[in-house]
Ligand binder design. Structure first.
Ligand code: GLU
Length: 380
């Protein structure tokens, strides 16, 4: 995409971005002794209130439940020694965290609301739409939703695990034009800034390619942040695909949102324009029920915007029902597209590699026009 010359930070102003998601990491919210950094948080809430007065509606994604709860329960390793500890810490810390947000927002004349979500709540289309409508209603009422993963019921296999991707998904559900990740680093660097004196902060990224990914790998090697730069890049990709801009900025200063407005320091990933909201939801999903391997001919057809026909598929994997999400994988093993499959596993396997005119006889019923229709598919 052609980047225009608008300064990156101006994309997040109330005028340019009527709805914003702000994510705050545990390391910023909670000090090493396990106490909330109230003075700092008061500054963030003042920034939020100023934006709110200017007409922006803001949803907050707040980490910190596990870190806070671990201290109260005197659990080792910050509450992360076992899944049971993390669940107990989250349940205990979340109530303190909500209390703190409600109190600080109230002091600025704002009303807080709490939403706790699991990965499944956003991966299942019906539940996603339900969560989205709650968010829309709250934002419409001028309330500030404070969101976290429901860690006290999430198990290891069904977790977001990091609030970066959760924030990007919430941005999508809330129809936000921007997502700001307040972090303990000030953005993406060309190399590890601790080791390489020539490392530079990258102000703007239009496309996340192999070069950008390599920068994130270099950063994460230094062990910065809990989610790390890789999960932030994944969050950026989800946001970009839903048309939202995503900024990584430092939270290691007072009034970090106002400071970003003033000096524009940070990395901004520019949003793309893509098809429908349904396609954006599909592209941002983190899980799929199955995989369809396809041949080179199908890769070419998909790139031209065509549907995936059974004749171009080589193999199906997984257990899925009609309407489930599947990844479409090219001969090199790369996931090239994601879509809603028109058949269940058994029937899909029967017609793989077979031309359309044979389908009716194989299946015993009138076949659908494609294995995955282009209207229900998004290229990645
Ligand atoms: N949901 C976790 C918590 O509240 C934090 C996840 C993260 O580190 O991003 O403690």
């Amino acid at each position: 995409m052609v980047a225009d010359l608008t300064p990156a930070a101006s994309r997040f102003t109330p005028a340019a971005c009527p709805r914003l998601v702000v994510k705050i990491g545990s390391a910023l919210l909670v000090d090493p002794d396990g106490r909330v950094r109230r003075d700092w948080l008061r500054g963030v809430v003042a920034d939020i209130a100023a934006r709110h007065r200017a007409g922006q509606r803001i949803a907050v994604v707040s980490s910190g439940a596990i870190a806070l709860g671990a201290r109260r329960l005197a659990l080792p390793k910050g509450g992360r020694a076992s899944l049971e500890d993390a669940q107990a810490a989250a349940a205990t810390g979340q109530i303190a965290l909500s209390h703190c947000w409600a109190e600080l927002l109230h002091a600025e004349g704002l009303t807080a609301a709490q939403i706790l979500v699991t990965l499944d709540d956003l991966e299942d289309r019906r539940r996603y739409l339900n969560a989205a409508s709650t968010l829309h209603r709250l934002l419409g009422l001028g309330v500030v939703p404070v969101i976290n993963e429901n860690d006290s019921v999430a198990t290891a296999e069904i977790r977001f695990g990091d609030n970066d991707r959760l924030a990007a998904r919430i941005g999508q559900a809330a129809d936000a034009g921007g997502v700001i990740l307040l972090s303990d680093i000030d953005g993406l660097y060309t190399a590890n800034p601790h080791r390489d004196p020539t490392a530079r902060l990258v102000p703007e990224v239009a496309r996340i390619d192999a070069r950008i990914r390599a920068m994130a790998d270099a950063d994460s090697a230094s062990g910065m942040g809990s989610g790390g730069m890789i999960s932030k890049l994944e969050a950026a990709r989800i946001a970009q695909r839903s048309g939202a801009h995503l900024a990584i900025i430092t939270g290691k200063r007072d009034h970090p949102l106002a400071a970003f407005d003033a000096d524009h320091r940070g990395t901004v990933f520019l949003g793309e324009k893509i098809g429908t909201a349904r396609k954006a939801w599909l592209a941002g999903r983190l899980t799929a029920k199955g995989r369809i391997e396809v041949d080179d001919g199908a890769v070419g057809a998909l790139a031209q915007g065509r549907s995936l026909l059974a004749a171009g598929a080589v193999r199906v994997e997984g257990r899925f029902a009609r309407g489930d999400v599947v990844d479409i994988v090219g001969p090199d093993g790369q996931v090239i597209a994601r879509g809603l499959i028109e058949y269940d596993t058994v029937d899909a396997a029967k017609i793989v590699g077979r031309r359309s005119n044979a389908h009716e006889q194989i299946l015993g019923y009138a076949p659908r026009s494609a294995l995955v229709h282009r209207d229900h598919m998004v290229l990645l």
